[in-house]
Design a protein around this ligand. Structure first.
Ligand code: BEZ
Length: 211
């Protein structure tokens, strides 16, 4: 059955550019992003991996490890890393799984045969400290992802994991939040000392609670 939000992220052991990786052990107690790209030595993938390498510090600030995957062999990953550094101005600084037996791609449903029956699509899985899947994205090979959006989503996931708020459209760190509808006004009065604006009974807006 396809992986769904809230499922435990399937564990696996696979070779990578940083040696053999056992996924749950690699994640430890923190957050994780597992993402696939279709193929080494391709242009969009080259730019994506450079972008993720540049953002590694931002992921680390959020206690989040990143790990990439394609179904290419390890030797290709290692050779391609040189091209990434040369063309993107940053060295590969996170592990890339060499999933040439497709075991991880199959486990995570990263091959969509009606799009391409051999290569992985651009899948993203965000995994929480409880090892559960918090978010999934799927992009086609022709469209590079926006990894700044992934940081924005992580900010929302980490905030909403700890406070009884949701984040509205286009929310960014520092913006007002929405009090979850399950809370009564009396509970909201107690939990949100900065107060809130009641636009509708179900739409109560409050400053970001952890700032
Ligand atoms: C790319 O990364 O540029 C790419 C990879 C596979 C198919 C199409 C584009």
């Amino acid at each position: 059955m396809a992986i769904q939000l809230g499922d435990i992220a399937p564990d696996f052991t696979q070779d990578s550019t940083e040696g053999s990786i056992s996924f749950h052990e690699f994640l430890g107690d923190g957050w994780g992003v597992l993402f696939s790209h279709p193929k080494d030595f391709t242009p969009v993938c080259t730019t994506e991996l450079g972008a993720v390498a540049r953002l590694k510090g931002e992921f680390a600030k959020r206690n989040c490890k990143v790990i990439g995957l394609s179904v290419d062999p390890l030797d290709d990953h290692k050779a391609w890393a040189g091209d990434i550094e040369e063309t993107q101005g940053v060295a590969l600084n996170f592990p890339l799984l060499a999933d040439s037996d497709r075991s991880v791609a199959t486990l995570y449903g990263m091959i969509h045969p009606n799009a391409d029956d051999t290569l992985t699509v651009r899948s993203v899985f965000v995994i929480g400290p409880d090892k559960r899947i918090k978010l999934m994205l799927t992009y086609p090979a022709s469209t590079g992802r926006d990894f700044d959006e992934l940081l924005r989503v992580l900010d929302s996931l980490q905030l909403t994991a700890n406070h009884k708020v949701a984040t509205p459209v286009n929310w960014r760190h520092g913006d007002d939040c929405i009090i979850v509808p399950a809370l009564s006004d009396a509970e909201a009065d107690e939990l949100f000392p900065k107060g809130y604006r009641k636009v509708k009974p179900y739409l109560r807006v409050t400053p970001q609670p952890n700032l």
